[in-house]
Ligand binder design. Structure first.
Ligand code: C2E
Ligand code: MG
Ligand code: MG
Ligand code: MG
Length: 286
């Protein structure tokens, strides 16, 4: 009897594996068509200046609205896009769409809003990546200083010498460079110093426990101090509560990005949000 049960279990598991594989294959096929079918959309999450509370930038975050399955998280499809190489085309679309949007904002009354774009490892390693960036800037007529590229620290550390060369090339074009999810990888300080960076984003995982967790609060303080010593602008990701914000007020961090201020928004919603936040209150006349 036990043997029979075992057999049934094995059968059950392998069916499961098959259906997972099936689902994956389906998703992969659908991902191939997603660009042509206009199923991607960029959302923009505000980056807010800690002192002035002004919206100074936006991170472009990719959304896939699948015709049957609905919303699929980037955590799910970006890895698939990377494995299949589709990320090159998708990434180029993201870059162009984000530059186009940033240029529209630049020509409107939101002329200083910087837009950040996430760069995947494959894009970064693709020969001619700098050309892709240049083309997107030219097409949209966006001043390079209004585009920021985010790469994770593990990506930058993967091949340090190549990264330095590439980052220097990008820096020469005038775009901003940012290290994403900082603290989750294994960067060494001496390398960070050699990268021509502008910004460091402290990973959300360091923020979740503060202010209650004193150890975590101290780690965040130490990361901020280190980033400041390297003359980097510091963004704290994943700030959700007022208590977290209050603790961060006491630090030298520069920008806050998190649900406390806003979730990622559609472009027009972002515009409305930035206008409200940045509208200077006229001095009252008595
Ligand atoms: P990321 O670049 O670190 O982006 C920040 C993620 O944290 C976003 O998730 C954002 O919605 C989420 N987040 C922001 N504030 C909070 C908060 O207060 N609480 C919580 N719980 N979450 C917060 P999202 O949009 O799901 O993106 C996940 C990841 O997918 C991104 O992490 C990035 O690595 C990747 N990704 C998104 N769009 C692109 C893209 O266009 N290209 C590439 N290569 N990767 C992308
Ligand atoms: Mg990012
Ligand atoms: Mg991040
Ligand atoms: Mg992340």
């Amino acid at each position: 009897q036990a043997k029979q049960q075992g057999g049934a279990e094995i059968c059950f598991y392998s069916k499961n594996i098959n259906s997972n594989l099936q689902e994956r294959l389906e998703l992969e096929t659908d991902l191939h068509n997603a660009l042509n079918n206009n199923e991607f959309q960029l959302y923009y999450q505000p980056k807010v200046d800690l002192l002035s509370k002004r919206v100074v930038g936006a991170e472009a975050l990719l959304r896939w609205i699948h015709p049957q399955k609905g919303f699929i998280s980037p955590e799910q499809f970006i890895p698939l896009a990377e494995e299949t190489g589709l990320i090159l085309k998708i990434g180029d679309w993201v870059l162009n769409d984000a530059c186009h949007q940033a240029a529209l904002w630049h020509r409107s009354d939101m002329s200083d809003i910087k837009v950040s774009v996430n760069v995947s490892g494959q894009q970064f390693k693709e020969s001619g990546y700098i050309e892709h960036v240049n083309r997107a800037l030219k097409r949209s007529d966006l001043p390079p200083s209004l585009l920021m590229l985010e790469m994770t620290e593990s990506l930058a550390m993967d091949n340090v010498e190549t990264s330095i060369e590439l980052l220097n090339g990008l820096k020469q074009q005038g775009v901003g460079l940012s290290i994403d999810d900082f603290g989750t990888g294994y960067s060494s300080l001496s390398y960070l110093k050699r990268f021509p960076l502008d910004e460091l984003k402290v990973d959300r995982s360091f923020i979740t426990g503060i202010p209650e967790n004193e150890e975590e609060a101290q780690i965040v303080q130490a990361i901020i101090a280190m980033a400041k010593a390297l003359r980097l602008s510091v963004v704290i990701e994943g700030v959700e509560t007022e208590a977290q914000l209050n603790l961060l007020q006491l630090t030298q961090s520069d920008l806050i990005q998190g649900y406390y201020f806003s979730k990622p928004l559609k472009a027009d919603q972002f515009e409305a949000y930035a206008r409200t936040m940045n509208d200077e209150v006229p001095e009252s006349v008595y």
